[in-house]
Design a protein around this ligand. Structure first.
Ligand SMILES: *Cc1c(COP(=O)(O)O)cnc(C)c1O
Length: 393
């Protein structure tokens, strides 16, 4: 019997046939170098838990203390009765860590983009957007109603050409780029983008989700990496990756943050992160401010793993960060590779369209400070075995 939902069954079937159906594994342990999945202990090669903070004793302790003191819920959206002193402290601490004038805490990095872009851009405005920007940037741009004009990925000549052709037609303009591109692991040339922004007097926004805790001194992010303090108008960040918790942040010029408190819709109409989340984020900043040890270990691990993978003959694209995309091409091959790795005790998910372009499927290995050298060696052994079996190397 046919129903009004048949089209969805057909769409799902088509995803499966194309090797693009997401099979989501269920994890029954804390995040760390090893995970319990479906009754097995497997090596974790795909979390954004860059620094191993997601189950760090100091973060866990801070969250427990916050529950004892504040309970578990924020109570309301922040403008009504949901702002407590932990949110204010978190904003002060992250602003200091990133050396910006002010910061605003939001529920997630996705929400931070959804709050910021529509508050700064209207229908009469134009957005110059890197072609490979993250989905949450793209959705934020769409919500704004502004004209979205992509420029070629990290290509300054393309950016300038698009600006010159279009800038006069619009009221105001903004350039938006990812800092570290999450699927390829390359870094936006933010110093050059800044020069272009100044040349044409355009607002500049960067999404530092994969840069915080990774790039710059002690993980202070992409602005620190390029020494651009005070020059980038607004930065988006997340507490869900290197910081090991959950939540988003907007950081930058005080006027922009003040405006977002008045006009950022996810800030106005959606409740804040919970007190234990905020407390755990503050503990993560404490750890990063106290020592560069975890960030240094992350980079040591990444350099070692990538060098060995290269020696084995894998193609890791253009990555210059701990993000390690193992390029495989067609989606079914990437999915099969991932399944075989899992059989060999390594959890590394395949990524395909629409997260990456068609025909550019890959396994994105995420190296972490939580990995021991023996863990990396075990992962390398599995990649070598599966790579040979599937004739990738
Ligand atoms: C992961 C990511 C986000 C989303 O962050 P969440 O806090 O998980 O919502 C936003 N932007 C970029 C560039 C990301 O990589």
């Amino acid at each position: 019997m046919s129903t009004h939902l048949d089209w969805l069954q057909d769409e799902l079937q088509a995803l499966g046939d194309a090797g693009l159906y997401n099979h989501i594994r269920t994890i029954s342990s804390p995040q760390g170098a090893w995970l319990q999945i479906e009754g097995r202990s497997v090596l974790n090669f795909c979390s954004n838990n860059y620094l191993g903070l997601a189950n760090h004793p100091r973060l866990v302790e801070a969250a427990k203390k916050a529950i004892d003191q504040y309970g578990v819920g924020p109570g309301a959206v922040r403008i009504i009765s949901g702002t407590n002193d932990l949110h204010i402290e978190l904003e002060k601490r992250i602003a200091r860590f990133k050396a910006v004038e002010a910061a605003l805490s939001l529920q997630s990095g996705f929400q931070a983009n959804a709050a910021t872009i529509p508050a700064l851009v209207g229908k009469e405005d134009v957005i110059f957007s890197d072609r490979l920007n993250h989905a949450s940037i793209i959705d934020g741009c769409r919500l704004s109603g502004g004209k979205i004009l992509p420029y070629e990925h990290c290509d300054m000549a393309s950016l300038e050409a698009v600006i010159q052709e279009n800038l006069p037609k619009y009221r105001r303009a903004i350039i938006i780029t990812d800092g570290v591109f999450s699927m390829d692991g390359d870094v936006a040339p933010l110093d050059k983008i800044y020069e272009v922004a100044r040349k044409y007097d355009i607002l500049l926004m960067v999404d530092d989700a994969h840069g915080e805790g990774v790039l710059g001194k002690g993980g202070r992010g992409i602005v620190d990496h390029f020494g651009l303090h005070g020059k980038v108008d607004v930065e988006i960040g997340t507490f869900s990756k290197a910081f090991g918790v959950v939540g988003g942040v907007v950081a930058g010029k005080a006027t922009i943050i003040e405006w977002l408190r008045q006009r950022g819709r996810p800030f106005l109409f959606s409740s804040a992160v919970t007190p234990p989340d905020a407390a755990a984020c503050i503990a993560a900043i404490d750890i990063l401010e106290a020592s560069t040890e975890l960030v240094d270990r992350l980079w040591d691990n990444a350099r070692y793993f990538k060098a060995e993978m290269k020696r084995l003959g894998f193609d890791m694209g253009v990555s210059t960060t701990p993000i390690t995309p193992v390029m495989l091409g067609e989606a079914p091959l990437a999915q099969q590779f991932s399944r075989e790795l899992f059989e060999a005790g390594v959890f590394a998910m395949a990524t395909g369209f629409p997260i990456v372009p068609l025909g550019k499927s890959r396994i994105r290995v995420m190296i972490s400070a939580a990995h021991e050298k023996a863990d990396l060696d075990k992962g390398l052994e599995a990649f070598a075995k599966v790579g040979k079996k599937l004739r990738v190397i």
